[in-house]
Design a protein around this ligand. Sequence first.
Ligand SMILES: [Zn+2]
Length: 485
Amino acid sequence: MDDNETTGLTSGRLTLSVVGTGTRRQLRVVARSAEELSDFDGIVSTSVDESILEGSLSPVNARAVRAQIPWLQPRPVGLVTSAGVGDRLGLATPGHVKAFRTYGNGIVPVFAQQSIREMDRLGRTPQEVLDDATFGALEAGWDRQVGADADHLKTAVDIDRCLEAGFTSFTLDPGEYVRDVTASYQGDLTDVPWTALEDDESSMLRRYSAGTIDLGEFSLRVDDVELRRAAHKYAAAVAYTVSMYRHLTTHADYPVEVEVAIDETAAPTTIAEHVYMATEMKRLGMQWVSFAPRYIGAFEKGVEYIGDTDVLATSLRQHFAVASALGPYKLSLHSGSDKFKIYSLAADATGGMLHLKTSGTSYLEALGVAAVCAPSLFREIYDVSRDAYQGARASYQVSAVRERTPLSNDVADAALDTLVTSFDSRQILHVGYGAVLTLRDEQGARWLNDELHSLLAAESDRYKNALEVHIGRHLAPLKGTSRHT
Ligand SMILES: [Zn+2]
């Protein structure tokens, strides 16, 4: 055990910890008497002065842990600097805890964060995602606030599933309702769902013609052409977002917060389009804590930002001026991993009113452990990812070219880790997780998933240390920048 780690947490008269490794990980709760353990599920042994429960990492026990240790109960994060660190394997939280401890003081962590798309692809339920993060945080003795982000929700059913599990941040994604604006677009607004928007064309045109919008650092006038384009492109998305928002707020019986994400749309979100969306969502009664436009340049999966950083810095300042004037709310950076040249400028542009999302990069750190410690397993994972790439790439922003990558057998054991760091192979590994983790053998077992889990259990310190350093590089530039502490 490292010296900067604690074992478990004490709450009232109970001491809780996660013991064992791999599939033998168990919850252990030590109490003065057996009665104090009644909310937990497991086998109790009682001696003269204490009772000890050992039980599985079950949903019942996860719930009891969160009830017992209030700070492990996720809650809304608000406007402080925050970072979400997804975890496709359900094993990364102890390493994430180390990263936040060492490099992220003051940044609120969102350990439980996964898009519905990833959960469904992997057959993980929202409850499993939340519970894995709870047990991981307990195992590492995390002693501060946590959030829990149900990411890229596209339907009311998605919302219900994540509410039932206890998520507290809801990222609403109306991307499928964003319309492309073609070059021949003439300003026609007949497709706008006026009834859902509680609006009509002349009222809308009048509202925006009232004058310039003061955005502090600069002012903006959304002219008639820009307004029509914005409405044509985003009106249906606004209506759909509002309907999801109303569903969420009428069904949530505990505090929740909302992010709106349109980062996966085809074209960058202009400042005028951001103004339009925020203005209309606000008019319809929405409140949200963060917004993820599609930024200028390319935020491809798992690799450095592609584009001019000066142009991005200016654009972020303008988006943030809109967020300040019409919110305030944070800007959210999706596909935010491995963009090391932009964290400082993003923190500067927003004064720390920023949420960073990473997910696949922690899976890549796990593959880095495999590359070093289990070459034949790594080769299998790489081959499966490479074979699956043409299909897997469709739902992600990536530009890797398979033909530029070597065959696994042409790479020496000692050089396998370069496949995790080189641009093309890294992206191929990044988006190959679905094919890898769900691949079944003849008995129906997910053998690559199981072998990777066994490896990471045996090499848990190596995985934790790798995550500490790698996620730490994302957090350190954001630390101490928040105006809202
Ligand atoms: Zn996203």
